[in-house]
Design a binder for this molecule. Structure first.
Ligand SMILES: [Zn+2]
Length: 274
């Protein structure tokens, strides 16, 4: 089955990963801007990173027939430095009209601090003024519930971005309902440790249905699996879900969310998709 991985950090994966993903049916990825495993020394480090995301990574993906899209922001971890964050946010509009850019992300919270919240709100302001989609990172483990509540409150209080143009990512059993009820899309992240396993993601689909729900690997520089979405396909088939249900989660839903971006274009190379 052809699938889309709507959240994966390919700059930290190998070309062999692209090949294995293509062999497993991947036809598109979207790559949010994130923490690189180290703090950049200044705003120019982000300029180079945004060039990597918007100029180079698409070519590497394209060699394996995978369409590459990206999101731009300063991640929550480096957002503790508000002065640096403001310089990066001011730079983002230079890159927004490049092909493949889907919007602002992954913004959000890491430790739920005041500075992170300030920078999150300033990213929302940029997205509202420029009419961009938003991809939101929610914190890990013990900080997730409170951080998700704070994020949903800030989105509602700002009020300028229609909820359906925002995806709340890394949802788990205790946060998915609130994000869906607020009208947002959600992403379930399939991680070998922490976050959510394929079995837990299948459970959540069985409880909450398939509307506005996506699944991703969030593969990055740490312990993660770029083939996690095919693992979910395998788990859902094992449980007897029909192909249409699986395809909605791993292909049609990400396409529907991305299609709200006025720059989004996608022509499947294989007409017999699915
Ligand atoms: Zn990520």
């Amino acid at each position: 089955m052809n699938y889309i991985d709507p959240h994966i950090h390919m700059v930290s994966r190998t070309t062999d990963d692209y090949k294995r993903m293509a062999l497993a049916g991947c036809v598109m990825v979207s790559e949010p801007a994130f923490w690189a495993g180290f703090d950049r020394s200044g705003p120019e480090g982000f300029r180079d990173y945004f060039r990597q995301l918007t100029e180079y990574e698409g070519r590497r993906a394209g060699a394996y027939g995978i369409a590459h899209h990206s999101w731009l922001c300063i991640n929550a971890k480096e957002a503790e430095n508000v002065a640096l964050s403001r310089e990066v946010i001011a730079m983002i509009p230079e890159f927004l009209d490049r092909p493949g850019v889907l919007g602002i992300g992954e913004i959000g919270l890491n430790k739920n601090t005041r500075n992170e919240a300030t920078v999150f709100q300033e990213h929302l302001d940029l997205a509202a003024r420029t009419g961009e989609l938003v991809l939101v990172h929610t914190p890990h483990l013990a900080d997730k519930y409170q951080g998700t509540r704070m994020i949903l409150d800030m989105l509602r209080e700002d009020g300028r971005i229609p909820p359906v143009r925002v995806c709340i990512d890394h949802v788990e059993e205790h946060t998915i309902r609130a994000a869906l009820d607020a009208g947002h899309w959600v992403g379930m992240t399939l991680y070998p440790i922490t976050k959510c396993t394929p079995a837990r993601a299948a459970d959540m689909i069985e409880v909450h249905g398939t509307e506005r729900i996506m699944a991703n690997s969030a593969g990055d520089w740490g312990h993660s699996d770029p083939l996690a979405v095919p693992e979910l396909i395998f788990e859902m088939r094992r449980r007897g879900h029909d192909e249409a249900t699986i395809r909605k989660i791993v292909y049609e839903n990400p396409l529907a969310f991305f299609s709200q971006c006025h720059r989004f274009e996608f022509t499947p190379r294989n007409a017999a998709v699915g």
